[in-house]
Design a protein. Structure first.
Length: 183
C-alpha cells in the first residue's frame, strides 16, 4: 500500500518528493512522532496524512525564529506569527482532529517524557552546529525508536558535522534526510 503526499506537495517548503515519501512511509508505522521545526507544515502534512489511525504528531516550533544560512552567520529565513497561521491552515484538518498538536516552543524547551513512547523524532530546526547537537542530545532523552533530520548535506555544514560527530557512519541517508535507529 502506497502513501499519500498530495496535500503535502501543495505546501511551500524545501522537502523534496522522495523525502516526503520517506517521511510518509515512516509515519505509517508510528503512533507518536515529534517534529522539531515545522515551518509551514509540508513534512508535517506528509506524516499526518499517513500516520497510523489514532497516531499523534507533536509539531514543535517557536514560529518566531531565524534560520541561518550555510555559513551559519547570515539569516536565511525568519518565521513569525504569520508562518504559524499558515502552518495551521495547511494542517487544519489534522489539528482539529487531534492528529497534530501544535507546540509553539523550541524543541529543547519540551520536557522529555517516555510515555507515550516516541516512535520517531524528526529534527529540522536551527541548522547551526551547536543547535543541532543540542537538538540531537535532547531528542535522545525521549528514547525514540528512530531519530532523523533534514538537510544532511554539505550546503548545511552545521547539520552534517553534528550528525557525523554524534553517529559516525551509523546513519541511513535518503536525499538530505538522515536516519538512525536508537532502540
Amino acid at each position: 500500500m502506497g502513501v499519500n503526499i498530495d496535500k503535502a506537495l501543495t505546501i511551500t517548503g524545501w522537502m523534496e518528493y522522495n523525502e516526503l515519501v520517506l517521511l510518509a512511509s515512516i509515519a505509517k508505522n508510528c503512533d507518536f512522532i515529534i517534529e522539531a521545526g515545522s515551518f509551514k507544515g509540508r513534512s508535517t502534512r506528509a506524516m499526518a496524512d499517513n500516520i497510523r489511525e489514532g497516531g499523534v504528531i507533536a509539531a514543535v516550533d517557536p514560529w518566531n525564529a531565524s534560520i541561518h544560512n550555510s555559513d551559519e552567520t547570515a539569516v536565511a529565513l525568519t518565521t513569525d506569527e504569520s508562518t504559524r497561521h499558515v502552518f495551521y491552515l495547511n494542517n487544519y484538518k489534522h489539528v482539529k482532529n487531534g492528529t497534530i498538536i501544535m507546540t509553539p516552543k523550541r524543541f529543547t524547551e519540551l520536557t522529555p517524557f517516555t510515555s507515550p513512547p516516541v516512535d520517531f523524532i524528526f529534527i529540522d530546526a536551527d541548522h547551526r552546529y551547536k543547535a543541532v547537537i543540542e537538538d540531537i542530545e535532547h531528542a535522545i532523552k525521549f528514547n525514540p525508536k528512530f531519530l532523523g533530520g533534514h538537510d544532511y548535506h554539505e550546503d548545511w555544514p552545521g547539520v552534517k558535522r553534528a550528525v557525523d560527530e554524534k553517529f559516525g557512519g551509523n546513519i541511513q541517508v535518503e536525499g538530505t534526510i538522515w536516519l538512525t535507529k536508537l532502540r
